[in-house]
Design a protein around this ligand. Sequence first.
Ligand SMILES: [Zn+2]
Length: 358
Amino acid sequence: MAKKDEAPEPQPLPSPRLLPWHSAAIAQLRQAWTANRLPHAILLQGAEGLGKGSFTAWLAAAVLCEKSVDGKLDVCGACTSCALIKAGSHPDLHWIAPEEDKQSLSVDQVRAACEKLSKTSFRQGYKVAILEPAHQMTPGAANSVLKTLEEPSRGSLLVLITSRPSGLLPTVRSRCQKLSIARPSTADAMAWLQQESGKTVSPALLEFSGGAPLRALAYADGRFEGLNQSMQKALKDLLSGDADVTQVAAEWEKDALIDRLVWLDLWLCSLARTGIAGTAERVTFPGGPAHLPSPSRPLNISALYSMVDRTRALKAQLARTALQRELAVESWLIALLEVLASSPAGSSRGGAPVARAS
Ligand SMILES: [Zn+2]
């Protein structure tokens, strides 16, 4: 059983960092800390791109910081504990993530971390174990966690990080205190993005990122602009007959297909909303002066929403082979062209899009 080496290994931890939208969660934890009622297990939930990792790194650093012991939960940055964390070698901190080339947290990894929580701490303080992403535990790993949750040891903190709480066993969820990181308001997120990126970003970028500022920031370096241009060009070429579905499907399959599907989902929703509102000249996504020309006739709203459903179904099938993906994109494009060409008013434009002749 005790085959694991106790020597602390350097941990590739996210840097501790609090972001403006973390403040409510921090206030909650500080209150619990001051009242000496920090939970022994926290289920930290929130969408991707909200900095759950950097938040948890801060929480671990604060719980282990020597200055926090009799005061406010904080990171002093100057004590031995803080120095050990900075060096990635704090013996009482165990951050468990999938091993290289693996998707899940294995039973061995999780059991080893849980064992460490049950032992005496190296530095007479807390022992902290973090599992990320917790919804990717194997069933055996989840059972190990369950045992630890049922019999928590004193002075231990287990943090389960997840963007998909429904992927965890209900028995695990119910034994943790839930803590949520919420998305900031659009105005707050835009202000933060502008400050971090040093430039004005388009609201479409935040929409594309699902309101998650860190995800938006990762795309603010021109990636979103490039995607936007590429998508608009492909759609224009398809509609004008300058490209056929086979070419476009092959191109999309090879490069950033998931991003393209997210973009298409938002664009179709925007088209449908615009159709409902009857203001055909204003498609809000992707917005800007360069957006696609609005259709010159009323669109079939329910057909557009069925394309949204098809887009989401396609997104769920990306684990298939390249050829299968390409064919699925092709048939999606043919359906899109049919929707855009069909008109409930019966009017029709010249230059019908070219479908593949095969
Ligand atoms: Zn410290």
